[in-house]
Design a protein around this ligand. Sequence first.
Ligand code: SF4
Ligand code: SF4
Length: 229
Amino acid sequence: MDSLETELDRARELDVAELADAIETIGFECTRCGACCKSEAGGCGGSEGETEQIDDPEPHTATVFPDEIRRLQDAGDYDFRDVARPMPYGIEETPDGPQGETFEWALQTDDCGDCTFYDETDGVGACTVHEDRPLICKTYPFSVALGGTSQPMGEAVDEAGMVRAHECEGLGRDIPREEAEELAAALKERAVRELEEAIGVRENYEPTDADGVVVHDSEGQKRPDGTEL
Ligand code: SF4
Ligand code: SF4
């Protein structure tokens, strides 16, 4: 992979019309199946009071940037931990509790491992923070073929031009041009933000021997509740 700075330059030069062409070629219409909002085990999918806890679900993980966390907090008057949790990669359970360093925040999950903002009625999923959902959600199931950007839900299952498509039952359906352009613009914004965040994390990283879990984000070193170390 080229340097993050080189990939960031490429992301800033992405042509939204070309990305929209690629999205139209692949095709997409969300069926609201909820697969990208639920745990890998399929979650419970219900709203509070309707859920049935399942044993040891593989929780949903979706990256959320520090400013997106604040926007979600403001949208619902939520505490930090209502919205986000440390990305679990790099964190180990020990007799003294979770320990380790991680480099991203993930959307908070419920007891079923689903995104905390996911609701489902009669098999139809809904995002309760739709207007304020993070870029990773606005752009699912797509990513761009640039190093240092995230590839959600594993390997690509389809691609066209610079656009990759990931597992999603809505792929291959006709998409109106206007929606493809909106998605393309968000996809470019996400690629730029992911690379800016990665560069910020690298530049602000400071080794720490603090106990417990430490999240290194582009703003510095933080505790799991979002407070600075
Ligand atoms: S997996 Fe695809 S079709 Fe299902 S909710 Fe997510 S974006 Fe929509
Ligand atoms: S914020 Fe909304 S779109 Fe994103 S994972 Fe959660 S429920 Fe799904």
